[in-house]
Write a new protein. Structure first.
Length: 344
């Protein structure tokens, strides 16, 4: 029997062709120590057996509800569809990406910290992945933070993020107060939502590992990392939300820092002959922000990288040999029917 005191939590899993990991994700939600939840799975016109898996669980547990889109939509829109389906009785909303999973006490711990602190709009926690702990950078001796302070730290680069969708809990009033809840279409729209919602509220953080974040080549984030979308998103957010949280001189200093970092990144791709796709992507987005990619800073970064290669011949030769070996292993492995991984 559900404890009467437990507020309703709406758990949302947007999914497209997620059959490979969906069972583990769903099982982790149903295994939560927290009992009073509804579970909404939004199938984004999948072509694998995602829908069959989701419907099988819906038949077994009446807390599971399955909605299937009539046509394919973008990843952010699929999340927003899920948010629109959240019950009017819901107090909190918890997103779980279809290739991630929650540890049993995840929802309970996040609800507890939010219930103790009525000003908390968003609560987060650590996640673990195959590379280690997804570290945010907030001080471990404190669990509740002024929202404006956290947004300032993020925009200034002092913390890495507010967390991934699978690590945070939202108050459902935030969803009902904004349409769409995730603004725009950028893949990091969840971070934009935090920057909007924390202007007049608090952010809580549970310093425990409460979820598993799966990193794999099929994930959307893998391609975005290759294009360094997350860096240019920071520039975008600085333009959009910097005036709310930062002084003018802070915005200009941070903008210069981010552009220098972008130039260094693009210089590496240029000398490694991997520049075409990345430059086309970055050039379009930087141009829209009024930051042309061709500049003295870009030329300086390329010259610095070429000088580094020229004056460190041993290191350069080792990189060339390693890259050649990786390409050979990839070709042989693919021909033999094996998966091959190459270094970044």
């Amino acid at each position: 029997m559900k404890p009467a005191a437990q507020p309703l939590v709406s758990v949302v899993t947007p999914v497209y062709n997620g059959a490979k990991y969906l069972v583990e994700c769903i099982e982790s939600v149903l295994a939560q120590t927290y009992e009073n939840f509804e579970y909404i799975i939004v199938n984004n016109y999948s072509t694998d057996n995602t829908l069959e898996i989701a419907r099988a669980y819906a038949r077994q547990d009446n807390r599971v509800k399955v909605v299937s889109n009539a046509h394919f939509v973008g990843v952010i829109e699929n999340h927003n569809i899920g948010f629109r389906l959240v019950s009017q009785e819901s107090t909190y909303c918890k997103v779980v990406s279809a290739d991630d999973y929650l540890f049993p006490e995840c929802i309970q711990k996040l609800v507890d910290v939010a219930e103790r602190n009525p000003r908390v709009a968003i609560a987060g926690s650590y996640a673990i992945n195959d590379m280690g702990i997804h570290w945010i950078g907030l001080p471990p001796h404190k669990s509740v933070f002024e929202g404006r302070d956290v947004c300032r730290l993020y925009l200034l680069g002092a913390i890495h993020s507010f967390g991934t969708p699978s690590t945070v809990l939202y108050r459902s009033t935030l969803l009902r107060g904004r349409e769409p809840f995730y603004p725009g279409s950028l893949p990091n729209a969840d971070l934009a939502a935090c920057l909007v919602c924390l202007e007049g509220a608090d952010f809580a953080f549970v310093h425990q590992i409460l979820s598993y974040e799966r990193i794999h080549g099929e994930a959307l984030s893998a391609n975005l990392r290759g294009l360094n979308s997350f860096l240019i998103d920071r520039i975008q957010f600085l333009c959009d939300y910097g005036p709310i949280y930062l002084r003018r001189e802070e915005i200009e200093t941070r903008r210069k820092e981010l552009l220098r970092e972008m130039h260094r990144y693009l210089a590496v791709d240029f000398v490694n002959l991997r520049w075409k796709q990345v430059w086309n992507y970055q050039r379009g987005r930087l141009k829209a922000l009024g930051c042309p990619i061709y500049s003295v800073g870009m030329a300086g970064a390329i010259c610095a990288k070429l000088a580094d290669l020229l004056f460190n011949p041993k290191q350069t030769l080792e990189k060339i040999l390693r890259r050649t070996k990786d390409k050979w292993v990839s070709t042989v492995g693919a021909g033999a029917g094996y998966s091959a991984f190459t270094r970044e």
